[in-house]
Design a protein around this ligand. Structure first.
Ligand SMILES: Cc1cc2nc3c(=O)[nH]c(=O)nc-3n(C[C@H](O)[C@H](O)[C@H](O)COP(=O)(O)OP(=O)(O)OC[C@H]3O[C@@H](n4cnc5c(N)ncnc54)[C@H](O)[C@@H]3O)c2cc1C
Length: 550
């Protein structure tokens, strides 16, 4: 590695280079099941530093085996894509400026935390609605690279819908702009020399030659973060060729994102929520389909385990809410104490409606309550201002974080954490999922975006125990096979990384897998960007890097 550090310095690298054990240990984990100890963590100062980094890696690659780069923003990735064994590039220290914010767009660096970004956008009346449940922790760069989504994705879709333009540094160590191109501008790119021209020529050839097959490979779900999003790049009808669609969700495996132009929305001014408590999940599939007929703005849920943990670790919310917020939360939860004394509900559903006036929202919420009446739910709470539902919203968003931080004797094991099943199949799917969870004795919490059929099943496991680890692969195989049997996707938003990369071939088949591999090769023939993730992931590598240190 000394050669690499020397080369980097010679090129005038202005950022910091950190090889201390403390930093390497810190960066060896993200929010996934895995650990990879990097050799060095670098903190580039500017775009030229990113170019210097890639150039230094290219220069030293032959003499320093395994030299590669893993981009990292806030490090909350659940698939193991923000860890690597060679160079970690931290974007949060210096790439953290919002360069422009208007009422419908923004230009920002990738290391800006979403919570900071949202504060600035709301000041202009604008919102990036694809924020994840990790909204207090994650960065906008990670949202782009994972194609993240969250509670508002049911109405607005995921991050892919809001990226207008990306500045990227590619494998030749040069900076490029990716944006939608019409036929005329595409022709210009196709005629260019160098890596950019090569990429456009080869990607165009791949996508046009296999047009129907690639379009047909698009999963039939409302959200998907698996594979490379090839089907949305080239549209013969509109004549638009848009490589941002491919880069979003590519988990830093095709290059580095240095700047992002977002389109933003102006959300409706009023919202309200129907909170529904379910005694059991018997009718869940049917209820989901019934709720969807009313076109809610969001439809979230969490289970009894999450509710119990939220109450047990009530003071944890202080971190996000501050003492004032915690006091408010406590006051708001008091009336529910009576409900909870009657027995903890198995599932809490949060069904949100938005509108132009408070009355419009109140009408929609009430209509929903009436429609659900025949299901004899344990209770429903109408809230035409969202104020009362806020307490449950916080629990839903923080559910995984509470598990991660607060349960001491077991660890969160995200491996079946993000599948999507088209809602019409949930009636059949859910009982079978339940059987698998019971068969493997997984103490699992369930939360998710019900409206998309996107479930976050997070088992709590003693992952250091070989008997527990041995459950991972067979349990995942059974769940994923079931998801695929119903035409679902194995990841709606958390993406592939190390955990789902080895599964891409099962989901897409060998031919589409070859298209994915070819794409990676076109952008990054020497595999310098985030190896062992997505198309480059293998079971052996993945399973031999399960976390040992907590
Ligand atoms: C409590 C909790 C709840 C979560 N809930 C959700 C959810 O509701 N929805 C959801 O989508 N996800 C969720 N996640 C997963 C994760 O938080 C999100 O995907 C988030 O957007 C990742 O952002 P990050 O800044 O932490 O990215 P990181 O973890 O730093 O990186 C994620 C990926 O992006 C790549 N990357 C980062 N920066 C760059 C860059 N500049 N250039 C190229 N590649 C880059 C990394 O290499 C990695 O592959 C959750 C995680 C936690 C811990």
């Amino acid at each position: 590695m000394d050669l690499f550090y020397e080369t980097l310095k010679q090129k005038g690298f202005e950022g910091e280079i950190d090889t201390t054990d403390e930093s390497r240990q810190f960066y060896s984990h993200d929010a996934s099941l895995f650990e990879l100890l990097p050799q060095v963590v670098v903190f580039p100062k500017n775009n030229t530093d990113l170019e210097r980094l890639v150039a230094a890696v290219n220069e030293c690659r032959d003499k320093v085996p395994g030299l590669s780069m893993t981009a990292r923003s806030a490090g909350t990735d659940m698939s193991g894509a923000a860890v690597g064994e060679s160079i970690i590039i931290d974007f949060t220290r210096h790439f953290n400026q919002i360069e422009e914010m208007t009422s419908n767009s923004s230009r920002t660096q990738p290391g800006v935390l979403y919570r900071v970004f949202e504060k600035a956008s709301l000041e202009k009346g604008a919102l990036l609605p694809s924020f994840p449940a990790s909204r207090e922790l994650a960065s906008v760069g990670g949202m782009v690279a994972n194609n993240s989504g969250g509670e508002k994705s049911l109405e607005f879709g995921k991050t892919e819908n809001f990226v207008a333009k990306l500045n990227v540094v590619l494998a030749d160590g040069k900076s490029y702009v990716l944006e939608p191109l019409d036929r005329k501008n595409l022709e210009v790119k196709l005629a260019e020399k160098g890596l950019e021209g090569d990429i456009y020529r080869q990607m165009y050839e791949l996508l046009d030659k296999n047009y129907e097959k690639i379009k047909a490979a698009k999963p039939h779900v409302t959200k998907n973060s698996t594979g490379y999003n090839l089907w949305d790049v080239w549209d013969r009808e509109t004549g638009i060729f848009d490589l941002t669609k491919l880069f979003v969700g590519s988990q830093g495996t095709l290059g580095l994102v240095s700047d992002i132009n977002f389109r933003l929305i102006n959300d409706k001014p009023h919202n309200g929520v129907l909170v529904a408590f379910m005694k059991n999940t018997d009718n869940l599939g049917e209820i989901i389909n019934t709720v969807l007929t009313q076109k809610p703005a969001s439809f979230e849920s969490f289970d009894n385990h999450t509710l119990i943990l939220s109450i047990k670790f009530f003071f944890f919310f202080h971190k996000t809410l501050g003492w004032k917020g915690l006091f408010k939360l406590g006051l708001q939860l008091l009336p529910d104490a009576f409900l909870l004394f009657r027995g903890i509900p198995k599932l809490v559903l949060l069904i949100e409606f938005t509108g132009e006036t408070p009355q419009e929202v109140a009408n929609k919420v009430h209509a929903m309550k009436m429609i659900l009446k025949p299901y004899k739910l344990e209770a429903t709470e109408e809230d035409s201002t969202e104020a009362k539902a806020w307490k449950f919203r916080i629990m839903r968003r923080e559910s995984f974080n509470i598990l991660r931080k607060k349960v001491k004797d077991k660890h969160t094991a995200p491996f079946i954490d993000d599948f999507v099943v088209p809602p019409p199949h949930l009636v059949e799917f859910l009982p079978q999922l339940s059987d698998i969870i019971k068969k493997y004795k997984l103490m699992a919490t369930i939360a998710g975006h019900m409206g998309d059929g996107n479930f976050h099943v997070i088992p709590l496991m003693k992952i250091e125990d070989p008997a527990e680890r041995a459950k991972l692969r067979p349990a995942m195989t059974e769940v994923n096979n079931l998801v695929l049997k119903y035409g679902g996707s194995i990841s709606g938003e958390h993406n592939d990384g190390m955990i789902r990369g080895p599964w891409l071939i099962e989901m897409y088949g060998p031919e589409v897998m070859e298209f994915f591999k070819r794409t990676k090769q076109i952008f990054d023939k020497d595999n310098i960007f985030n190896p062992h993730k997505k198309t480059d992931a293998t079971w052996d590598y993945t399973m031999s890097h399960i976390r040992q240190h907590f």
